[in-house]
Design a protein around this ligand. Structure first.
Ligand code: GSH
Length: 206
């Protein structure tokens, strides 16, 4: 019995969900949130963060740990390259997405969506404008150049890197931040390609 604890609006939960779907692992979702009373969540993960995966006797937190575990247990549809260099690149993009991208695109999402909708606080539009003007373009430039003429980030095949990198764009989109296809055409088509993938949940309802 596999249970994914966490709400799919989290980019980390979405990444794990895509892996579960791609590997065709049956699972259920417990839509727990990491705010308010976190007693139930902290019993599953001492950090009080989502996602948490329960798989038979294993209860484990952290999306990257969970995805690595799923790959080991269900290697059939490989999401991590076997070649050492490609493997390192896939892990790098996953880390880049989970840290810099979630933090930067997440700032816009937090201010424009979570603050007004869940915390009764208006968005700090000055912070949003500064983030969009200064922190966002280097990320988009970097991804555009890394993609080159490829359809996917590593080995031109779908890997964990793609699910991790595209996940925060869903949150950005919910906050009205999309990729300008006239400036970052490769990135814009790449994001749409992953959105269209049947395993990827790009339609989050709040
Ligand atoms: N490195 C962790 C980060 C998980 C994380 O920060 N999740 C957020 C939701 S998107 C959370 O639970 N935040 C609650 C908190 O930080 O207290 C992972 O990859 O799972």
């Amino acid at each position: 019995m596999t249970i994914l604890h966490g709400v799919p609006v989290s980019p980390y939960v979405r990444k794990v969900q895509a892996v579960l779907e791609l590997k065709k692992i049956p699972y259920t979702i417990n839509p727990i949130i990491p705010f308010g009373d976190t007693t139930e969540l902290k019993a599953l993960n001492p950090l009080g963060k989502i996602p948490v995966l329960q798989d038979d006797d294993l209860t484990i937190g952290d999306s990257s740990v969970i995805c690595a575990y799923l790959e080991k247990k269900y290697p059939e549809v490989a999401l991590y390259p076997s070649d050492a260099v490609s493997y390192a690149k896939a892990l790098w993009f996953e880390e880049y997405a989970d840290s810099t991208m979630v933090s930067t695109l997440g700032t816009v999402f937090f201010q424009r969506v979570l603050n007004p909708k869940f915390f009764d606080t208006p968005a700090d539009e000055e912070l949003v404008s500064q983030t969009i003007a200064e922190a966002v373009p280097p990320i988009f430039d970097y991804l555009e150049s890394e993609l080159g003429d490829n359809d996917y980030l590593v080995d031109n095949t779908i890997t964990i890197a793609d699910f991790a990198v595209v996940s925060p764009f869903v949150n950005a989109g919910l906050a009205g931040l999309t990729v300008d296809a006239t400036r970052w055409s490769k990135l814009a088509s790449y994001i749409q390609r992953i959105y269209d993938h049947p395993c990827f949940n790009a339609k989050i309802e709040l």
